[in-house]
Design a protein around this ligand. Structure first.
Ligand code: SF4
Length: 268
């Protein structure tokens, strides 16, 4: 919705990052496709249910919103097929106490169309709702995704990542593997989730900010008691803590995808 969104997407692509992920609710996707193609490597669209009545109520934009979003995703899919530098297309579901049974339909929908699927639990601040922790349906949902992944389903995250999400396992968090910056330049420390800013990337030296923060901020306890099951905090931290397992799984998954024709060798 920011008036500069298009130029930010283009500018980010021009900086030459190997990976640029854009996460969106997909509502205005077509008008941004000219900026996305060639600049974004991974387009992620949030879809929490295929139940139109529920979805339209959650979007709060009137009847027909879900249909419009799904049409927009199809539109993006056609654009990526025609692009010189195709991007991955992921449907991402935030699993809440109100949509645990809907995850299966979104997964099937994504796989039938050649989209990746991603699931992560709802977070209230830094913690998931109690109903998810106590829910057999929640566990069953991630057991299903783990089984599908073993069968070659295109599902975001490694096996241990999905197991951590299923069990809400504590982990050693490495929040500084990622720089989180607010739209006005505020630098978060140690992480976005704790919502503490220490200065501005527009006016301060980033390394000096972090050095100063490591001296003055309350020391991060390990494992962090919050253990946020968020894709960034958990995914990157597992990569730091258990790189061999993560990398070997990525390589074997890549070869499996190549064998089944899901990716071309240059993407692998
Ligand atoms: S688990 Fe990591 S990302 Fe979450 S609050 Fe703790 S340090 Fe921050």
């Amino acid at each position: 919705m920011h008036p500069d969104a298009g130029s930010v997407i283009r500018g980010t692509g021009e900086l030459g990052f190997r990976t640029v992920v854009l996460t969106t609710n997909g509502e205005r996707l077509p008008e941004f496709l000219p900026h996305i193609v060639g600049n974004v490597t991974d387009l992620v669209v949030s879809v929490d249910t295929l139940d139109a009545i529920k979805a339209d109520a959650w979007y709060g934009k009137g009847q027909g919103t879900l249909d419009r979003v799904l049409e927009n995703v199809e539109h993006a899919n056609r654009a990526r097929a025609a692009a010189k530098r195709p991007f991955t297309l992921t449907l991402a579901t935030v699993v809440t106490p109100n949509n645990m049974d809907d995850v299966y339909d979104v997964y099937d929908y994504a796989q039938q169309r050649g989209y990746r699927f991603s699931a992560s639990p709802e977070l209230q601040g830094v913690t998931p709702p109690k109903q998810l922790r106590a829910s057999d349906s929640y566990r069953a949902c991630f057991d299903f995704l783990l089984a599908e992944k073993a069968r070659g389903g295109d599902i975001f995250g490694s096996v241990q990542y999905l197991e951590h999400l299923r069990d809400f396992r504590p982990f050693v968090c490495h929040p500084l593997t990622m720089l989180a910056v607010s739209p006005d330049g505020g630098v978060f420390y140690p992480c976005l989730e704790k919502a503490n800013t220490i200065g501005s990337i527009l006016t301060d030296d980033l390394h000096e900010l972090r050095r100063e923060a490591s001296r003055t901020c309350k020391r991060q306890t390990q494992p962090c008691p919050c253990a946020c099951p968020s894709p960034c905090a958990l995914g990157l931290s597992l990569l730091v803590e258990r790189p061999i397992r993560e990398v070997s799984e990525a390589i074997s998954g890549g070869f499996r995808a190549l064998r089944t024709g899901r990716v071309r060798s240059n993407r692998l």
